[in-house]
Design a binder for this molecule. Structure first.
Ligand code: SF4
Length: 383
């Protein structure tokens, strides 16, 4: 610019307002570090953690265990609680609720509450007690998904972005708060089977799982993560000390059919996936779940059941199969299997020595069922 000429005024010249920093999502150690900035002792981190992860406070001003002066100083320093907010709720005739939950940038992600579970993760008989309040929360790990399974509506969104650990764990906290869940008493299962492929957002997903175990207090044995078969993720998962149970989204008796419906098979075939799964050290009584979405006439024939049985017997793993009747969605070129076909498929697996359960479809009428999460809002939200 020549001397004497005035620099044009640009919006970039004004100091940018400090971005708000969310506390929700920080580990205890990170909270200790944050509080040190305010010359506060480490025990305050415990109080803050209790407020964030057990009381689910939504505003620093609500945290009465912290001195008022500290709450004001933190607010002035740009800190906020950052618990994600439920912005829309859809309620199914079967009691299932689907939520649109806003992340840090206001973009929404989907989370599902299924009272009494869905007969899948709880379908091994371990949840037989009736005196407990039970529910399963289905959690998203990304907005959209890049994996492009052909039977899944989420795939139509493409991948929009990864969620942070705070946004992943925050979905759970927002839903627990809505239902006044009593941690340690009510029986809550978490399934990371919502929008996205958790193993393509590995670090944030695992950080969220650790937070949920260590800070929120949900046992890892009540959590299941499902992957489409991201072998590098399964390999890392095998080395985790604290981790959910593992489910593999299989959906086909062989690579030829799997490739048609799950293009990711071109990168890692079934044999490579099973090889990786075999490296995961299992806890006593732990089983690997194989998810199998039944698509009418494509992978639901008796011969397919026999081929799946042979495949899984060869894997020689403690396992079970969850059968999922495909949930229709606009623009998806499949049909639902007949109920007799589903029953026969299950029977064949069982006769072949493979424990198989049929997952009850939940919340189909509100687009909350498996593979239907696409932020559909063309239905009436619950009041
Ligand atoms: S089924 Fe899961 S991995 Fe496949 S496209 Fe849908 S969200 Fe992604």
């Amino acid at each position: 610019m020549s001397p004497g000429r005035k620099k044009p005024i640009s919006i970039l010249d004004s100091p940018a307002p400090a971005a708000a920093q969310s506390l929700f999502g920080l580990t205890n150690q990170q909270l200790v570090g944050t509080l040190r900035e305010f010359s506060e002792p480490a025990y305050r981190a415990k109080q803050l953690s209790e407020a964030l992860y057990r009381q689910w406070d939504e505003d620093l001003a609500e945290i009465s265990t912290l001195p008022k002066s500290l709450r004001e100083a933190m607010t002035g320093g740009g800190y906020q609680v950052g618990l994600p907010k439920i912005v829309e709720t859809f309620r199914s005739v079967d009691g299932t609720e689907r939520y649109l939950i806003a992340g840090n940038d206001g973009q929404t992600v989907e989370t599902v509450w299924m009272p009494d579970g869905d007969g899948g993760e709880a379908g091994d008989g371990s949840d037989a007690e009736t005196d407990l309040r039970r529910a399963t929360i289905c959690v998203s790990s990304q907005i959209g998904c890049a994996v492009n399974c052909q039977f899944c509506l989420t795939a139509k969104l493409g991948i929009q972005r990864n969620l942070t650990a705070g946004e992943i764990a925050g979905q759970v906290a927002a839903v627990l708060k809505r239902h006044s869940v009593r941690i340690g008493q009510d029986r809550i299962n978490l399934v990371f089977m919502g929008m996205g492929e958790p193993f393509l957002n590995y670090d944030e997903f695992m950080a969220a799982a650790r937070l949920l175990v260590e800070e929120v207090g949900i046992p890892e044995s009540r959590m299941t993560v499902s992957t489409s078969g991201i072998v590098t993720g399964i390999q890392r998962f095998a080395g985790e000390k604290v981790r959910p149970k593992l489910a593999i989204s299989l959906n086909a008796p062989n690579d030829v059919i799997r490739e048609q419906i799950m293009p990711i098979t071109r990168k890692w075939d079934i044999a490579e996936i099973i090889q990786a799964v075999r490296q995961v050290p299992l806890r006593p009584k732990e089983k690997i779940t194989f998810e199998y979405v039944l698509l009418g006439g494509l992978n639901d024939r008796p011969g397919d059941a026999d081929e799946v049985s042979r495949l899984l017997r060869r894997a020689n793993l403690p396992l079970k199969v969850n059968l999922i009747v495909w949930n229709p969605g606009p623009g998806l070129p499949y049909r639902m299997s007949d109920p007799e076909q589903v029953a026969e498929f299950q029977e064949r697996l069982r006769e072949n020595g493979i424990p198989a359960f049929i997952r009850r479809p939940r919340g189909r009428d509100i687009y909350a069922a498996c593979g239907q999460l696409k932020r559909t809002t063309e239905i009436k939200p619950a009041s």
